[in-house]
Structure formats: structure tokens, C-alpha cells
Design a protein around this ligand. Structure first.
Ligand SMILES: [Cu+2]
Length: 121
């Protein structure tokens, strides 16, 4: 009897549908509580990762992980803009993406640096 109950519990916990529901619930709870920012590293003249999908209201944290180089992340569109200013090595800059859309974040110092950000509704 007991092992049968355990098996049923396990199946309900790890079955496909309940598992997917748990992920969705967790994501909503995280957003409601102010989830940890997504970290974008600026290193070797690249944004890492180079693309990311987030939801409206979520935060990207731009970290300068280069030992000596300055970086300067910015975005300028009609609907949403930000400018980190020059970022010293080791510094962080948080941006809350409050407007859904597809954006390309650039670095004012290194023109080849690009970060594609998809912000869902
Ligand atoms: Cu840069």
C-alpha cells in the first residue's frame, strides 16, 4: 500500500503537466517578489550572453568583468532608453526593462558589442 502511494506521489510530482505548472508558478512568484536580476557580463569586448529573453519589469544587471577596459552600455529607442555612463571595471548597472519589445543594447566604447534583448509582455 505504502509503496504504491509513494509511486503515485512521485508520478504526480514529476509528471509532465504538473512539472510545467510548477515552473510557471515559480516564475510568477519570482516576479511578484522582485526576482534576482539577470546578469550580463561585459568581457573581452562582448556582452555575455549576447541575447536574452525576459519579461516586462525584469532587470538586467550589466557588470564590467574586464580587468582594464571601460564599457558604456546604452539603448536609445522611441519607447525605451537607458544609459549606464562609463562603467569602470568591476562596476554594476541595473536596468529595469519596463516596456515590451525587441531591443539591441550597444556599448558606446566598443561598436561591435551588441546585446539582443527580447522583452515579453
Ligand atoms: Cu564595451
Amino acid at each position: 500500500m505504502q509503496s504504491g502511494l509513494l509511486r503515485a506521489l512521485r508520478q504526480s510530482q514529476f509528471g509532465r503537466v504538473p512539472f510545467a505548472a510548477a515552473i510557471v508558478t515559480g516564475a510568477l512568484a519570482g516576479a511578484a517578489l522582485g526576482a534576482a536580476p539577470y546578469v550580463i557580463s561585459q568581457k573581452d569586448r562582448e556582452f555575455k550572453p549576447a541575447q536574452i529573453s525576459i519579461k516586462r519589469g525584469e532587470v538586467l544587471r550589466f557588470v564590467n568583468d574586464d580587468g582594464e577596459l571601460l564599457h558604456h552600455a546604452y539603448l536609445s529607442t522611441e519607447t525605451f532608453s537607458f544609459d549606464s555612463g562609463d562603467q569602470q571595471p568591476g562596476s554594476k548597472f541595473d536596468v529595469t526593462f519596463s516596456v515590451p519589445g525587441d531591443y539591441t543594447v550597444l556599448c558606446g566604447i566598443h561598436p561591435k558589442m551588441k546585446l539582443a534583448v527580447h522583452v515579453a509582455k
